[in-house]
Design a protein. Structure first.
Length: 127
């Protein structure tokens, strides 16, 4: 579950990116938000709780572990996972990281606006 601190860091990063690189693309993948739950009784009589919205998203192609931000520009796709200074990756996030890196894409964990700025400058500044 995303913390308020992580939310604030991500908002600052997106705002900075869109100002600094107006011709590039930055978008969020809203995988981790809390969704309303529904409790039902199954055919066997068991009680089950699930999120209809989460089921729908999964059917539409949502993938656990996808990075929080995707940056696109200058022939690159860069995936960024936002974390608080003490935050750790979930196993699904580690798996996603391995997969995109295996495919030749950049993946970064950013814990601050400064981390994010450095990643973006290295990825998208013409040298």
């Amino acid at each position: 579950m995303r913390s308020e601190q992580e939310h604030k860091i991500q908002v600052a990063c997106v705002t900075w990116f869109r100002y600094q690189f107006p011709r590039l693309v930055c978008f969020a993948v809203p995988n981790g938000s809390k969704r309303p739950q529904k409790t039902v009784q199954t055919k066997t009589g068991a009680i089950a709780t699930y999120s209809p919205a989460a089921v729908k998203l999964k059917e539409e192609g949502a993938l656990a572990g996808v990075a929080d931000l995707v940056l696109v520009g200058m022939g690159k796709v860069v995936f960024v996972e936002m974390k608080t200074p003490k935050g750790t990756q979930q196993d699904t996030q580690k798996e996603f990281q391995r997969n995109v890196q295996r495919l030749g894409h950049e993946y970064h964990i950013c814990r601050s606006l400064e981390d994010f700025m450095q990643v973006c400058k290295e990825a998208f500044t013409v040298k």
